[in-house]
Structures are given as structure tokens and as C-alpha cells.
Write a protein that binds this ligand. Structure first.
Ligand code: ATP
Ligand code: MG
Length: 881
């Protein structure tokens, strides 16, 4: 009898290995070579190219336990989590696969045997569904496996027909379900297999890939049909452990206990707190696995899904009464439990906790910051007698504060309000439209024509990896977006050659510069770019003579610049590897720029680098440079390259054949760029800056070779100059500066005191200006040169003089007006400070507010301040009237 989920995993692998399957490890949650997919969401993802016939199968049968995420993209179960007993965002999918080897009969027999014999599920409670027209499968289940006809159901395309896309492999499926009993059902009379509720729990889906659908929609039988199956481990654990839901199985129990301890809520006591606890348990697993696989919270793509998950968990935490960060404290529970199966979790555990805590902290900050605005919006909505919070208000909360819609909705609900979802969507759409418009770049139509013409020529052959000079033929020239057959001295032209040593801009590296020399022309090339699939355009100017298409030219790369770029490119690879070694494998390249005179590298990391880290990174790169390792490159198939652990720049589309650049054991990347022969050629590596460019993305700039040396020399020169200015030696610069700064501070303090003293005197001489208005003492004074803070300090000296009345102060500083109104305790009803200040502020083009006894305002019409202050007396008289 299998007891734990760990044993279940092993039993599954063992069973299929016994049946001749190759055990294949789980692929990461970020799909490695499939740009169409947000997250890995099924066991078959990593075999997609095999199923499509693009890669030869390395084995005929495979078995895997795949990390899956269904919280975005085509499969999205996020909203289900917490509400059903069977859906998770993160889950593990057990699967067996046949690549043109066994088919339906064996797949059915394996599935049935595993469930009834190995997992020992009661056969008389298992149900099976087949595709409506799949009589073959029906017979196999009924006749061969002995499944009784009243537990066999035929379903249609929606449930039981699988396809990879509109065209390509497809076929009927067959699902195995377990009847959990009436008490699990929705109670509707229509409840049956296929119902959305939890009664008939789908455990396993067997896909029979037997057709290839062509673009006309015809389904052609595949010569070698295949098998793809998927079964959720959490569901299987729940049913083998005979517990009522996934959350009651050993997969979730430790987490739920942790949550109970942390929040003080017991699981199983109340429906709403149970739901929150389930959401938190599920989401903590998801965030732990996502961050481990390199996703960081951000505002787009995968990062945004992660952020939503984290915030949703945090919100449910608040619903359980948690005010501070707490999710991060649950991460170790996941790591302890799953770390044996997924060692990468252990490696990343501290990073994950840190990222989670950071995001939680910021979100709590958002909540606190946005709450006043949120409350104001809700109050206003009610005051205006509306029942719906306007779409633009909701949008503003989301757009300015990152305040998620569901949170706004919650808060609105508490006030008996709803949201104008339509209006919100409209705002969102408008914003997207604006973004699209700014992002869209429409090439001039003439360019399109030129591109079409260029595409008639054979692809340019690149010789630049091994040589910097080559003889080529001039195939075409583009001038002012037109093809020309001749160009003359002074003209700026793009040249297409059949072969070239010039590297075109790509992979972050800038294009080569150099010379083209023809029979009667010299051309200076200042940039090289690549058009579409691989036509190289050399941009340059004819310096002397003229050229015609068909001319033979000698193309020579500027070797110095090329060597500088190569230095920076090799250094970029070393830097990338060093970052991963020192900061952790979550570091992923986001972009890079490799030019002759500098390199820039953007990468995912969640906070700034300490100077310790900067030094360690610089040292590690320089150590690699001194080792003078050979830089080698090799062409190979993409799968092969990824299999060997080469780093791919995520988001790039790679062809079937890729080039892998390898620097000893230290670095291995997919890369088409030009590199040094040995790391020693880089010479010297110097980090010059580090900073953030977007949420979770850092940018490093660095110099190599001569550039690094010049940088040192320049710093050194500046240092000497600084010493000269400070009238000291370079060694004493720091000491001397510290001294100067402390003197400066003292001077500032003395100045501040002097200012204060002057103000005190001014205040003391103010008695005379107190006026009585209808028996209330009113003191109005203008003192220029003070900011609001200083104005408040100043008011302390005067307020007791008019303790039973009104104090109004105004000041102009840098063309801005500050107003402060203080009202004695007994007068706040008649003369609320906020009303008074608002009245005055309107004359100086401003507005303000505050408490009944103290309020402040700003304004931008200093020329009206005297007049505004003069209004106070009349206003007070009127109010007291
Ligand atoms: P359901 O209808 O229950 O959402 P599905 O039809 O989406 O399931 P498949 O895409 O066939 O499921 O996935 C294969 C198996 O993976 C399912 O039989 C189930 O055991 C498991 N599974 C699917 N989605 C989830 C999920 N969100 N959480 C946990 N397990 C899942
Ligand atoms: Mg589903």
C-alpha cells in the first residue's frame, strides 16, 4: 500500500521504467525553446518538437514528472484555486509517452494496471470517458479491461479531443475519473461525468495522437501514432490517501499547518478562512517554484503572473488578519518538503525568501499608500449617490498605485458598492492603444519595396569568424530607399555583397566598420546591419571614385575596432557567468550592448549589488582573463545545445542550428558574435556602474582593455586634481573632505540659528497687529523666506498669543506661497481651519486643507499674498455674523 506522495512519485517512475520507458527529468517552468508558451503547463511540452516530427526521438518511450504552472496563457486555473478542491496554479504532472512506439491498447492497459494494481484504487469507482466516435477505445476499456458499460461515457470534442494547434498532431482522448460520491457533488439533477463540480474527479488524461490535421482541416492518419498522458500528482495523492481533497493530502498538510500556526486560524473551521488558507498554501508553492526557475515579480509577462499570485496570497493573508509580511516564512516549508525531488529549490531557498519578503513589504506599502485615495473614492461615490465606482477611478488606483482590481472590488463590496468593470476595461484598452501607437513603427513603403528586392538575392555568406578581409561581388546598392546600379563620390549608400567578413549588428554586438575597395572606388563603411534572414547591408560613404553593381571589391574590417568589440563580447560572457556564480542562477540576461568602447549588460536581479559583490564579480572576471582560456565555438542543433546546458538569451528565437561559444568550464552560451581567441586578450576588466533599469532588472556597464586602462588614468587624474583643489596630497583627500564637510555642517547650523533668532525677534514685535473681529482675536502676518516646515516652527511662537482666536501666516519662498492657519480650540466649529485656509488660498491660485484646528495650503501667485491675507478679517466677520 502506497502511503506518501513521495512513494507515489517513485512507484510511477518504477512502473513505467519497468515497461521500458526512459525516465526524463522535469523541464524548467519557463519553456526553454518555445516562445509560444508562457509557462510549462504539461508533461508533453518538452517533447513538442518530437511530436511535431522536427526532432528525432532519442528514445521510443519516456516517463516524467513535470513541474507545471497553469496561471496564465491558454491554461489558467488561478481563479479556481481556493474554490475547487482539485485545481492548483503549480502542480506536478505524471506522464508516460510513446513516440511512434506503442499506442492505444498498451496505453490503456498501462493506465488501468497502474491505477488499480499499483495505486490500488477501487476499480468499481473508476469511470472512463472516451471520445464520441472512438469505438476502438470504448471496446478496449470495456472488453479488455472489463470496465462496465454503466461507468463508460462518450464525450464530445470539448472534453475528449486534443489538438496541439489548428493544424498538426491531434487525436481523441480518454479520461480516467473517480467517483468521489454524492456528497462531493453539486447536487444538480444534471450532475454527471463531465460536470464542473468535484464529484467525478478527473485523474488521468490519455491522449491518442493519431491524426495530422492539414490546413484544409482534413485529418490524415499518422503513420506512427503517439501517446501523451498526464495525471496530476496532487489529485492522485488525495485519492490514494482516501482524503476528501488535494489539500488534505500529505502534499499540502505541512503548509496548511504552517499557515495555521502563523495566522492562528485552524484549518477546517470556517469556509472563508479555509479558502484563504488554501489559496495561500497553493500560491506559496507556486511562487517558490517560479522564483527558483528564474521568474521575478514585475509588471509584464511571467513576472506579472507571479506578482498577481503573490499579491493574491498577501491579500488572503490580510483577510486572515496578518498585517506584516508572513508568506516568506512559509517558503522553507516548501523547500524542506520538495527539496529532495527538486534540489534547485534548496539552492535558491534564501533568494526566494528574500524576493517574497521584499515584494510583500512593498505591497503592504502600496496598500497603506493607496488606502486614503481608495477611501476617498469610495466615500465620494456614496456621497454622489452612485452604486458603482467609476471605471477611471479604479483604473487610476491600478495605474498609479498598482492596486489590483480584486482588492478594489473587495473594499467596494464592504461599502455596498460595485465596480464599473466596463468603464475600467475601456480605460485599460485606451491605455493599451496608446502604448501600441507609440510602440508601432511603420516602415516607409519604399523601404518595403527595397527589402522585397533585396530578398531576391542569395543570403550573404559570412566569413568574419575566421578572417577580416575578403573578396566579394557587389550585388546591390540602396540609396535613399531605392536600388541604384551606380554610386559616386560623396554618396551615402547601403551595399549588399555576396560574401563578407563584416559582422552585422546582432546579439547585442554592434556592426563592423571598415573599408570596401573596388576597381575605381574607395568606400568607408561605418555600420553593418542584417536584413531579415541574413542579407548583410554595409552602410557607408563613397570616399573616392565610383562603383557599379557587379564590381569586385575587397572588404576589409577595421581590425582595431573589431578587436575592441571582441574584447567586450568575451568579457560580457565572462561577466554573465560570474554574475550567476556570485549572485545565483536566477540571473538571466535581459539585454546587452557590445561596442568597441564599452559593454552594457542588463540582467534579472531583485536588488542593487553591494560593493562587496561588485568587487567579487570584477575579481572573478579578471581571474578568468588571467587564466587565458581558449574561447571555442561550435555549431550544433538547438536541442543539443540546450541539453548541454548552454545559456540561451530568453526571448530570442533561435534557428535549428545554433552556435555555441564556450570558455573552458566557466561559460557556455548560444552566441553568433565575434570573440577573442583567448580570455587573456581581454586584458583588463573594470566595472564602472551598476543601477536599476526596471523592476527586477539591473544594468552593469564595464570597460575592457585600453578602455579600462584609460578609465583608470582618468580617475587618477581627477583624483590628483581634487587633491590640488583641496590643497592636500592624494593620500589625504578623504580625511580632508571629511573635515570640510563637518565644517560645512557647523556653518549651516549656525546660519539656521541666526535665522531662527531673527524670526524670534520679528515675532516678539508683533503684538500690535492682533485685531479683534467681533470679539475674536485674529493675528495675520506675512514673513517671507520660510518653507512650510519653518512656518510651522514659527507659528509655535505666536499661537498662544491668539489661543482663543485665529492665527494666519503667509510666506513667499522661491515664488511659491505657503499659508498656515491655526484656530483656537473653542473656535474650530465656527471657523474650521481647513475652510479658512481654502478661502485665502483661492486668491493665490492654490488650495489646501487639514484638521479643524490646523490647516495649510500652497499657491503660485505670490503677488496676491497681501491682498489674500487682507481678506481674512472680512471672512472671519462673515463667518461669525
Ligand atoms: P480539469 O478539467 O480538472 O481542469 P484538465 O482537463 O484541464 O483538468 P488536462 O489538461 O487533461 O486537465 O491535464 C491532465 C491532468 O493534469 C488532469 O487529469 C489533472 O489530473 C491534472 N491537472 C490539470 N489541471 C490541473 C490543475 N490546475 N491543478 C492540479 N492538477 C491539474
Ligand atoms: Mg483545466
Amino acid at each position: 500500500m502506497i502511503a506518501t506522495s513521495l512513494e507515489l512519485r517513485q512507484a510511477f517512475l518504477d512502473y513505467f521504467i519497468e515497461q521500458g520507458h526512459m525516465a526524463v527529468p522535469s523541464a524548467p517552468l519557463i519553456p526553454q525553446a518555445d516562445p509560444t508558451l508562457l509557462f510549462t503547463n504539461a508533461g508533453m511540452n518538452q517533447f513538442k518538437r518530437i511530436f511535431l516530427g522536427e526532432d528525432a526521438p532519442p528514445y521510443a518511450r519516456a516517463v516524467s514528472i513535470q513541474k507545471c504552472m497553469r496561471a496564465g496563457g491558454k491554461h489558467n486555473d488561478l481563479e479556481n484555486v481556493g474554490f475547487t478542491r482539485r485545481h492548483h496554479t503549480f502542480f506536478e504532472m505524471l506522464g508516460n509517452f510513446s513516440f511512434g512506439d506503442y499506442f492505444k491498447k498498451e496505453a490503456i492497459a498501462f493506465g488501468w494496471e497502474f491505477l488499480t494494481k499499483v495505486a490500488e484504487l477501487p476499480a468499481d469507482r473508476l469511470w472512463v470517458t472516451v471520445f464520441r466516435d472512438d469505438q476502438e477505445a470504448y471496446d478496449m476499456w470495456h472488453k479488455d479491461m472489463g470496465v462496465s458499460e454503466n461507468r463508460l461515457a462518450r464525450l464530445d470534442e470539448k472534453d475528449n479531443f486534443w489538438q496541439m494547434g489548428d493544424t498538426g498532431p491531434c487525436g481523441p482522448c480518454s479520461e480516467i475519473l473517480i467517483d468521489q460520491g454524492k456528497e462531493f457533488g453539486c447536487g444538480r439533477t444534471t450532475c454527471a461525468v463531465g460536470c464542473d463540480c468535484d464529484r467525478y474527479l478527473e485523474i488521468w488524461n490519455l491522449v491518442f495522437m493519431q491524426f495530422d490535421r492539414d490546413s484544409a482541416g482534413t485529418m490524415n492518419p499518422l503513420p506512427k501514432p503517439s501517446i501523451d498522458t498526464g495525471m496530476g500528482l496532487e489529485r492522485l495523492a488525495a485519492v490514494t490517501q482516501r482524503v476528501p481533497s488535494n489539500y488534505d493530502s500529505d502534499v499540502f498538510r505541512p503548509l496548511l499547518e504552517g499557515i495555521a500556526k502563523g495566522t492562528g486560524h485552524e484549518y477546517g473551521k470556517a469556509a472563508t478562512s479555509d479558502r484563504s488558507m488554501r489559496v495561500i498554501a497553493d500560491h506559496v508553492r507556486a511562487m517558490t517554484f517560479l522564483i527558483t526557475d528564474g521568474v521575478l515579480p514585475s509588471n509584464e509577462g511571467r513576472g506579472y503572473v507571479l506578482r498577481r499570485i503573490m499579491r493574491r496570497a498577501a491579500r488572503h493573508g490580510r483577510m486572515l488578519g496578518m498585517e506584516r509580511e508572513f508568506l516568506y516564512a512559509l517558503v522553507p516549508t516548501v523547500v524542506t518538503q520538495m527539496g529532495t525531488t527538486y534540489p534547485e529549490l534548496r539552492q535558491m531557498a534564501d533568494t526566494v525568501s528574500e524576493v517574497v519578503q521584499g515584494e510583500e513589504g512593498r505591497f503592504i506599502g502600496t496598500l497603506e499608500q493607496a488606502s486614503p485615495l481608495l477611501n476617498q473614492i469610495l466615500q465620494e461615490t456614496k456621497q454622489q449617490g452612485r452604486t458603482q465606482v467609476s471605471g477611471d477611478a479604479v483604473f487610476k488606483l491600478y495605474d498609479t498605485y498598482g492596486f489590483p482590481l480584486d482588492l478594489v472590488e473587495d473594499a467596494a463590496k464592504e461599502e455596498g458598492l460595485e465596480l464599473d468593470h466596463k468603464g475600467y476595461q475601456q480605460e485599460l484598452e485606451e491605455q493599451r492603444e496608446r502604448a501600441r501607437k507609440t510602440a508601432k513603427f511603420t516602415p516607409a513603403s519604399s523601404r518595403t519595396d527595397v527589402v522585397k528586392a533585396i530578398e531576391q538575392f542569395p543570403l550573404t555568406q559570412f566569413l568574419g569568424y575566421s578572417q577580416q578581409q575578403a573578396q566579394g561581388t557587389l550585388l546591390a546598392m540602396i540609396k535613399d530607399e531605392h536600388l541604384v546600379s551606380e554610386s559616386r563620390q560623396g554618396e551615402e549608400v547601403e551595399f549588399l555583397l555576396d560574401v563578407t567578413p563584416f559582422y552585422p549588428e546582432g546579439g547585442g554586438q554592434v556592426g563592423d566598420q571598415g573599408m570596401l575597395v573596388g576597381p575605381s572606388a574607395r568606400i568607408r563603411i561605418y555600420d553593418t546591419t542584417k536584413l531579415a534572414k541574413g542579407w548583410f547591408l554595409h552602410k557607408g560613404q563613397v570616399m573616392e571614385g565610383s562603383v557599379r553593381t557587379g564590381d569586385h571589391v575587397t572588404a576589409t574590417v577595421n581590425g582595431g575596432l573589431r578587436a575592441d568589440a571582441a574584447r567586450n563580447h568575451t568579457a560580457t560572457h565572462l561577466l554573465h557567468a560570474a554574475l550567476r556564480e556570485i549572485l545565483g542562477p536566477h540571473v538571466k540576461q535581459h539585454g546587452s550592448l557590445v561596442g568597441p568602447n564599452r559593454l552594457r549588460f542588463d540582467f534579472s536581479h531583485f536588488r542593487g549589488l553591494s560593493s562587496r559583490h561588485m568587487e567579487d564579480i570584477e575579481n572573478l572576471v579578471n581571474e578568468q582573463i588571467r587564466q587565458n582560456t581558449l574561447v571555442e565555438s561550435e555549431e550544433m542543433g538547438i536541442q543539443d545545445a540546450l541539453g548541454r546546458g548552454a545559456l540561451a538569451f530568453f526571448g530570442d528565437k533561435y534557428g535549428d542550428q545554433v552556435r555555441v561559444v564556450e570558455i573552458g568550464e566557466f561559460s557556455k552560451e548560444l552566441c553568433g558574435g565575434t570573440h577573442c581567441r583567448r580570455t587573456g586578450d581581454v586584458g583588463l576588466f573594470r566595472l564602472i556602474s551598476e543601477g536599476g533599469v526596471a523592476a527586477g532588472v539591473r544594468r552593469i556597464e564595464a570597460l575592457t582593455g585600453d578602455g579600462a586602462v584609460h578609465y583608470e588614468q582618468k580617475l587618477d587624474g581627477e583624483w590628483r586634481e581634487l587633491a590640488g583643489l583641496l590643497k592636500t596630497s592624494p593620500q589625504e583627500v578623504v580625511e580632508k573632505t571629511k573635515k570640510l564637510l563637518s565644517t560645512l555642517k557647523e556653518t549651516e547650523r549656525a546660519l539656521e540659528q541666526a535665522k531662527q533668532k531673527a524670526l524670534d525677534q520679528q515675532g516678539a514685535s508683533q503684538e500690535a497687529t492682533i485685531r479683534e473681529v467681533k470679539g475674536v482675536p485674529v493675528l495675520v502676518q506675512r514673513i517671507d523666506g520660510l518653507n512650510m516646515q519653518e512656518l510651522r516652527t514659527f507659528s509655535d511662537k505666536l499661537r498662544n498669543k491668539v489661543a482663543t482666536g485665529l492665527l494666519v501666516l503667509g510666506s513667499v519662498l522661491d515664488d511659491k506661497v505657503s499659508l498656515l492657519v491655526i484656530v483656537g480650540k473653542d473656535r474650530t466649529k465656527q471657523l474650521p481651519a481647513g475652510k479658512v485656509v481654502q478661502h485665502i488660498a483661492q486668491f493665490v491660485g492654490g488650495s489646501g486643507g487639514g484638521r479643524p484646528d490646523m490647516a495649510q495650503a500652497g499657491g503660485n501667485q505670490p503677488e496676491n499674498l497681501d491682498m489674500a491675507l487682507e481678506q481674512v478679517y472680512d471672512y472671519v466677520a462673515a463667518q461669525l455674523g
